[in-house]
Design a binder for this molecule. Structure first.
Ligand SMILES: [Zn+2]
Ligand SMILES: [Zn+2]
Length: 374
């Protein structure tokens, strides 16, 4: 039931060939075909590393043509026939969309017992094997004027936040927030971000320091290091190209008045980059018994030192985006503590310029602002 006159067609940026720029096409408006679905007018769409991977055709290859973007935000313009509200959402509600689990089955082991650091009620699961995948990765996402999304994967945007502010939090923000929750650290404990100058890392430094943790950011390119320093979080920023992991541990150990190297270092480390070198550096920063959380997932995987697991009690876990509950907690945390993604915005028609900027290494999150006209 639409409250406004909707057009029959719309503009969409479509991936028609892997490795090629998106093509601007006039396509039919998507239709609501499922009882949980809602139609939104997209207002902001953020670009994620996974968009680049999908466009290159190297991971999760969707069927072509494909519409990317799995972190976006917009306003509800239509609900399923005969419904005036769904999960509290009505026409006019501004919602944030996370690209995870489109139409989870609600019946499988994962859906009946949702797992994760902030698990949802039964009926939702980040890990449902029967889901139709993530919108923007397996199905069509937010680089279009209107999108059909699952009402179970969205949340209302807090009044004080804009669509452009919220969109980059829907993959990057949620992933790093849930990963931090998984570390289960107490204020004063130490956490490291390997790849601190990227989209996830720069949000992680903000979340961690606002949680009262002692954050260490690690990166190796001068631009990424400067970007991380300029956030002003008070995190200790390390240039991995110049400083050995053991030296960092020694230095932290002195501050902590630790007497043996096994007690020196970080309590947890989040691996946000793809290289083996950075994975090893991250694990080498941990004190004995420390936890490494794997967030990135290079196709070739990581090599793990059995000796680290056996003799140093290093623990290893992975994490995948986050639940609706984690999403709600994260947005509330952002409002309370002023956590914001550093964004650079582009008009919708300049999406391919945004992609070029991404590949040239522009720092922060690059976001399409549908209100922008240039
Ligand atoms: Zn993503
Ligand atoms: Zn399921």
């Amino acid at each position: 039931m639409a409250s406004e006159q909707l057009p029959s067609t719309m503009k969409a940026f479509v991936l028609e060939q892997f490795g090629q720029p998106y093509q601007l096409r006039e396509v039919p408006l998507p239709e609501i075909e499922h009882q949980d679905d809602i139609l939104i007018r997209v207002e902001a769409g953020s670009y994620c590393h996974t968009d680049a991977v999908v466009a290159a055709g190297t991971m999760h290859p969707p069927s072509l043509p494909h519409i990317g973007c799995h972190e976006y935000a917009g306003t509800v313009v239509a609900l399923p026939q005969g419904k005036s509200s769904i999960y509290g959402l009505i026409v006019g509600t501004q919602v944030a969309v996370s690209g995870r689990g489109y139409h989870v089955c609600e019946k499988c082991q994962e859906c009946r017992n949702p797992s994760g650091p902030v698990p949802d009620e039964p009926g939702f699961s980040v890990y449902c094997p029967w889901t139709h995948g993530g919108l923007g990765v397996h199905g069509p996402g937010g680089f279009r004027e209107y999108a059909v999304v699952d009402s179970k994967q969205v949340l209302p945007i807090p009044g004080s936040m804009t669509a452009v502010e919220v969109a980059p939090l829907m993959c990057a923000g949620l992933t790093i927030f849930a990963a931090l929750k998984k570390c289960n650290l107490k204020p004063g404990q130490r956490v490291g971000f390997i790849g601190c100058g990227g989209g996830l890392g720069h949000l992680g430094l903000q979340f961690a320091t606002k949680m009262g943790l002692k954050a260490v950011g690690v990166d190796s390119s001068p631009g990424a290091l400067q970007f991380a320093r300029d956030l002003g979080t008070g995190a200790y920023i390390v240039n991995a190209a110049e400083t050995k992991a053991e030296d960092v541990r020694q230095q932290l150990g002195q501050e902590d008045k630790a007497e043996h190297i096994s007690e020196m270092g970080l309590d947890a480390v989040l691996i946000l980059t793809d290289s083996q070198q950075s994975f090893t550096y991250g694990v080498d920063l941990l004190r004995n018994g420390g936890l490494a959380i794997v967030v990135s997932f290079p196709p070739e995987g990581f090599q793990v030192s059995a000796a680290d697991l056996v003799f140093r009690r290093i623990r290893l876990e992975g994490t995948l985006i986050g639940s609706n509950k984690a999403m709600k907690e994260m947005l509330e945390f952002c409002v309370e503590h002023g956590v914001k993604a550093r964004v650079k915005t582009y008009s919708f028609l300049r999406l391919n310029q945004l992609v070029e900027a991404y590949h040239s290494g522009v720092s922060g999150k690059l976001v399409v602002d549908f209100q922008k006209n240039d």
